[in-house]
Ligand binder design. Sequence first.
Ligand SMILES: Nc1ncnc2c1ncn2[C@@H]1O[C@H](COP(=O)(O)OP(=O)(O)O)[C@@H](O)[C@H]1O
Ligand SMILES: [Mg+2]
Length: 373
Amino acid sequence: MGWIDVMAHNTTRVAILFGGRSAEHDVSRASAANIFRSLDASRYAVTLIGITPEGRWVLADAVNARTAQALTVPPDGPQIVLLPAGQGRALVLGDGAAAPRELTFDVIFPVLHGPNGEDGTMQGALELADVAYVGARVMGSAAAMDKDVAKRLLRDAGLPIVPFVTMTAAAPVSYEDAVHAVGCSELFIKPANLGSSVGISKARTPQEFAAACDLALRFDGKILIERCISPVREIECAVLEHADGEVKASELGEIVPASSHGFYSYAAKYTDASGASLHVPAQVEPGLAQRIRKMATEVFGVLCCESLARVDFFVHGEEVYVNEVNTLPGFTNISMYPKMWEATGLPQPALMDALIAHALARHARLRQLASQR
Ligand SMILES: Nc1ncnc2c1ncn2[C@@H]1O[C@H](COP(=O)(O)OP(=O)(O)O)[C@@H](O)[C@H]1O
Ligand SMILES: [Mg+2]
């Protein structure tokens, strides 16, 4: 079904994918609950598909989902198989002895954060299924997820990034060499492919540096060693691509981690309710804000993003650095991405409409291109 047909039918069949195999499983469940609630029920017929931590796709119950803080992935729920080249057709298995039941979706909304959801793997599976989906495609997802690759592309485009070196267990870097390379004795060490501040720490001595590298290498074979920016303001911008291809940047937001945490750590993000304060819109001088918003749309293009991305910056006085890009940012009821659009005059239900319209239009366009070959 093309997007014109969908409009004529007036209901769009949306599958929300949530949970998943990454460390951000629970964040995804909370994001998905919020997204489910903000989809206009008179226009969207929603199916909830949970992904277990082991990677099984299961049909989730929508009955209590409207009021839930986080959606539940039923570990023994009926299994779902999305058909390759199925154009949105899926089979529901495991309903007792009954024959597999078929479901069809017009669009899939992968509400998955981190590896196996946000890094291009899921996007590859959705491409093979030949179904419309929300978010960046394989290249944009993969390029933004790998902090080393993303920074090299940004540097190549002349965009400002924090000085860094990359290290693997097979090619270790000494504290002295790292300090020399980034021009600072205080360092940040982080896994290249992760999120939620997992495995990240600061180091000021060779001993702290060795411990920080060991920790980061537990999560990824490749790690980044960066200059510590201090003092730092953490400023974010939401970017949205509309169905007609227009790319817009939102008002800015600011995250101020509680001083007790030192930086925006996992605990400050998720386990300590007062771990950080969020300010939307951020109090940033208009000229600087304009510069950051322009940079956010440039970053979006350089990293081959599509549909949506949250671009995170470090601001140190007048200096601005691009820190990282999230192609499926958090969508909980306190998350920055929807809040920044809200502050820009785009309430969340309208944001959902824009994301789904973009997904359907893109899929129709790509199918037409393929048919001309
Ligand atoms: N180079 C740096 N200088 C200062 N603070 C940093 C630096 N790198 C990371 N941080 C702190 O660590 C947090 C998490 O790092 P980030 O690169 O955003 O990884 P993640 O993908 O896990 O969010 C940041 O929000 C910031 O508080
Ligand atoms: Mg971050």
